[in-house]
Structures are given as C-alpha cells and as structure tokens.
Design a binder for this molecule. Sequence first.
Ligand SMILES: N[C@@H](CCC(=O)N[C@@H](CS)C(=O)NCC(=O)O)C(=O)O
Length: 198
Amino acid sequence: MLLISTPTSPFGRKVKIAAIAYGLKASMQVEVGDPWTEVGQLREVNPLGKMPTLITPDGKAIYDSGVILEYLDTLLDQPRLFPTERRLDTLVMHALADGIIEAGLLITYERMRRPAEFSYAPWIDHQRGKIERALTSVLGAEPDPHAADAGSITLACALGYLDWRKQLDWRAAYPTLVTWLDAFRVSVPAFDATKAEH
Ligand SMILES: N[C@@H](CCC(=O)N[C@@H](CS)C(=O)NCC(=O)O)C(=O)O
C-alpha cells in the first residue's frame, strides 16, 4: 500500500495511527504529497487533490480518510476500526470528529491561505461554533479511550490538530477531554508516535 499524505495532515494521521495500532504499518509506504501544486501524483490519482489518498496493492486509489479506514478494516481478522457491535455509534463519532477537523482546517485556511484583507471574522466564528458545539456534545459521551476505533482515533486527531493550530483553547474549556486524551495516549502509543514536528 502507498499512503500519500504529509506528516502534519490530521486526516492522514488517522490512517497512520490505525495502521500502527493494527500491525499494518510494515505494509504501508508513505509518500509526501502536496495538494497545492498542479502537477504530481496526488491529482492524477485523486481528482479532488486531497490527502490522504491510499493506493492499494492492486493499484486502486481510495479516499477519503474514512473510506481508507473502512478499507484497512477489511484487512483485519474482524472489523476493529468500525466494530460491528457498535458500528453506528462509531460512524457518528467518526463523523463528528471529522467535522471538528474540517472546521479547524477551514479556520486555518482562512488565516493562512486567504490574504489578511479578505479574512472574514464571522466565517471563522461560524466554524469555531461548530467545534465548540461538537466538543460539548462529546462530554459524557466520550468513546472508550482504551479502544482504538475510528471514533476515538479521529477524536484524538481532532484534539491534536487544535493543539497545533490553536483554533480554540480546548484544554482550558474542556478539561474532561484533556483527561480523555491522556488516557488515549497511554493506550494508543501510535498517537504520540505520529505527532509531527511542527
Ligand atoms: N474528507 C477528507 C478531507 C481531506 C482534506 O481536506 N485534507 C487536506 C489536508 S489535511 C487537504 O488535502 N487539503 C487541500 C485541499 O483541500 O485542496 C478526508 O477525510 O480525507
């Protein structure tokens, strides 16, 4: 398998954590992609030009990160990223955490990709509201931090991304989630192992 991503992509990190946690890392090469250039393999294999994209051993390009996690699950003895007995809850937690990352990414792009004179504060507030509501909804309904499934892995990546890009001081606002992430880090060492040097 060939994973096209960057060390800092929170969506790519989901895939890397899953691969390490379930013993697939040795069969996964990683190549750095660049979604901002018009040339290169990324746009050839994924018309959206987004990372991560995975090329399977038989040459099929699959995306997005959720679909890649579904694919990895098919390589395991039984579904572990979307466990059968809690599949729906896991899918919803995965979608919620993905939404946090997407809103965070839009804030970051607004700050870094758009010229400062065009930056639109209400848009940033709109995205931050999504993150705040999503994190509030997780309180009391946190996924098991000792089970590396698509929900817990993606929530951890979302929190890690907020730590890096600082769209929100989630540590001050949601101390329960700090405790949750600490427990996840101990149970799933792949989280720390995939922390990019920013
Ligand atoms: N829904 C996609 C989102 C992927 C995504 O937005 N990745 C970012 C990098 S973290 C990207 O490729 N951005 C470049 C672009 O949107 O053109 C997934 O889960 O893989």
